[in-house]
Design a protein around this ligand. Structure first.
Ligand code: BDR
Ligand code: CA
Length: 327
């Protein structure tokens, strides 16, 4: 892992900032192990301008002056479909948070991603939204992959159900063409699928009380900005509590041992089928190279790019990391 003179690992975050992204930003900005060198913003949960505003708000809450770069306003093909039905119109539960005093940097997210990764070889990247910015940067500068030591992707639903369609998870479904480019790029991807943040990983009612009991502005904000998402998640899954996919991914970025079990596989992204568009098809049993499959899996085999899929999260460790970040 990269550890420059500050002794901290350097991190670039790409985010479509809404309620769970905001908590992930707080975790990273307050973690002693990492130095966030930039935040690039992409449209996804909310339109780009709102996502940028939300990212700035989270940085200001942390007293951070890290630059925030605005990026792609639309997916590579087609129109943006937001998740305001899940996070609220402003992405933060519609509580009317005052606009941040901070302004976005003038450089675009794609320019910044290329510059920052080449200035900080060994940097780690985490993606918390659709992969549009990363795909556009890779198209412009494929050598980007040489400087990135880890690429943690919150996205996908390996071998299980999606949260937008029965087959697809939101971040991949919004821009499958971008996801396909990224998964075939050779980036050292660690995939943190949506399923890892469900069930026991959901922050339940007692844990919400414990968070509020911390009495900090971070804790209050974390619970409050998820008020809309709590209801939406209950309707969607029948599970009570706060489901936090991006903070789960951030906890694994900061503390890799929180992923208890992983294995490397080819992953293809469905871009065509109306039924399964945005599906992350994981070659879990390593059969892509069998003769009956090679004609379909040829691009993945040719790229020789396997992603590390996290299958199991250390749940108490994840919750401890969350509490630490909000205290
Ligand atoms: C992902 O989609 C968004 O709504 C969340 O911020 C998270 O990145 C979960 O599917
Ligand atoms: Ca997100």
């Amino acid at each position: 892992m990269n550890a420059p003179s500050t002794g901290k690992r350097q991190l670039l975050i790409d985010t479509d900032t809404a309620s769970d992204d905001a908590i992930a930003l707080i975790m990273a900005l307050r973690a002693p192990e990492v130095e966030v060198v930039g935040i690039t913003v992409v449209a996804g949960n909310v339109p780009l301008e709102q996502a940028t505003q939300n990212a700035l708000y989270a940085t200001e809450l942390c007293g951070s002056e890290v630059p925030v770069f605005s990026g792609a306003a639309e997916p590579m093909q087609g129109k943006l479909e937001t998740a305001q039905w899940f996070h609220g119109r402003d992405g933060l539960g519609d509580h009317g948070y005052a606009p941040s005093h901070r302004k976005p940097a003038s450089e675009t997210a794609v320019d910044a991603m290329i510059r920052v990764t080449s200035a900080h070889p060994g940097i780690e990247l985490i993606t918390l939204g659709p992969l549009t910015n990363v795909a556009l940067a890779l198209q412009r500068e494929p050598r980007l992959i040489e400087n990135i030591s880890r690429c943690v992707v919150m996205g996908g639903a390996p071998c299980c159900e999606g949260n937008v369609t029965p087959a697809a998870e939101f971040n991949i479904w919004v821009d499958p063409e971008a996801a396909q480019i990224v998964f075939r790029s050779g980036l050292p991807i660690e995939m943190i699928g949506w399923q890892l943040s469900r069930g026991a990983a959901v922050v339940d009612e007692d844990e919400i009380e414990a968070i509020l009991g911390l009495g900090t502005s971070f804790a209050d904000f974390a619970v409050r900005c998820n008020s809309f998402a709590i209801e939406a998640y209950l309707t969607q899954t029948g599970e009570r509590g706060i489901c936090l996919p991006d903070p789960v991914a951030m906890s694994v970025l900061i503390e890799p041992a929180l992923c208890r079990q992983s294995s490397k596989h080819y992953v293809e992204i469905e871009t065509a089928s109306e039924l399964t568009r945005g599906m992350t098809v994981v070659d879990r049993l390593n059969v892509a190279g069998d003769s009956r499959n090679t004609h379909v899996w040829e691009p993945a085999l040719r790229s020789n790019a396997k992603a590390s899929i996290c299958w199991e999260l250390e749940v108490p460790g994840w919750k401890a990391a969350l509490m630490r970040a909000l205290q």
